[in-house]
Design a protein. Sequence first.
Length: 193
Amino acid sequence: MLREYISLIIGAILVNNFVLSRILGICPFLGVSKKMDTALGMGGAVIFVMTLSGLVTAIIQHFVLVPLNLAYLRTIVFILVIASLVQIVEVLLQRLSPPLYKALGIFLPLITTNCAVLGSAIICADEGYSLIKSTVFCFASAVGFALALVLFASVREKLELARIPEPFKGPAIALLTASIIAMAFTGFAGLGG
């Protein structure tokens, strides 16, 4: 049992990383990864939202949608749950950390449409994960998202000091860097075989 959870956690963080392997959640990944403090803030917000949404959507899936034969409504219900949680995060950040709230800007409400958050809830429902397994999977997936965000932000901060050829400046170097980090993460997929 413990081995199964450890495998689930390592798989969600490294092997099937939502950003670097599944290519989900790219918009906030590229948008807030210019500075480490905004990357950490967004990572924390995504961890909070994705973990709670995993728990709440699993509860709704197991105790409402499936028993009432309403599973076809799950996408709409899951989006409503995620949107509500993002609103809570937005209010909390606005009150507790106005500079971070301002730095995240439009990317904070975009967590609602972050396909990584919705994708984790749908994967849990499709796989039939229990409440605990859904919560663990969503937490680990969010940690993987935050890890990718922080790694990318640290590289982008270093690139600000580097001499980059003119054709590679801006989005070009960001996308090249992201692809190199993604290739490094694909190496983790060979560990399980």
